[in-house]
Ligand binder design. Sequence first.
Ligand SMILES: [Zn+2]
Length: 304
Amino acid sequence: MSSLILALDFGGTKLSAAVTADSQTWLAHERHFSQPGATAVDDFRQMLTLAHKLLNGRSPQAVGVSFGGPVDFERGLVRLSHHVPGWENTPLRDWLTAEFNAPVWVDNDANVAALGEWRYGAGQGVDDLLYVTVSTGVGGGWVLNGRIWRGHEGMAGEIGHTVVAPDGPLCLCGKRGCVERMASGPYMAQDLAAAWGEEKRPFTKPVTGKRVAAEAAGGDPTAQRILLRGANALGLGLGNATNLINPARIILGGGVTKAGDLWWEELRRTVRATILPEVSVSLHPAQLGDDAPLWGAVALITAV
Ligand SMILES: [Zn+2]
């Protein structure tokens, strides 16, 4: 019987697949951009083509899947994608079971990445952790007692839409002062562009999250203020979550975590100032990078 595990990652703009026999190294691994304007069916077909290419005629013993959007884990159902149309209430687990004639597990990318970092990355050696990705959005996943904690409706880990400034700016979710509204790359970029516009400062290149960090590192006071406000908002959210659940570690991934020492120092300072004196937690950069969902998909199978 085959001992191959197939790991699939349906990201917002990228489709990744990998095959492993020992859960330590990839036998084959590829990442592709999904086609512009692709629908759920297009992405599913492109992923199958990629998977069969990597399997090269072999059959997987099991399939683990990371999906970039809310998932009903028990039913193996994708609820929707925020990036790709047509995923609403899709029985992805059943589709893949029929295709590969093997057991399949599907969960959302934040939960899967949390499990991946716990098993193979920066979360090794502890029982309880919060994984948070800070990039175009702010998402999170819990591993508690060595298992993913999904919550009543599979929505646990939404640290990005916890409110840290009720009188703050309006978030896409309709509330004010969410962590994501202040700490995500696109929102920090939007706020910097607006502030520069108000100061009548000429700027030619579009402002991105990466540029906010670069300008802050270069000494621009407005960029520093916005970057530090983001770190402070995230630190408040993480500190509150730590007081509530008491994880041993918080693992942070995503592009904004590359913003440099200024950002990390403010984040750590705010977390320390927010948690109770009796509470301790350590903050670590994620180790698995873009492969966290794929390794987490492997861990999803071996955790069962
Ligand atoms: Zn929000």
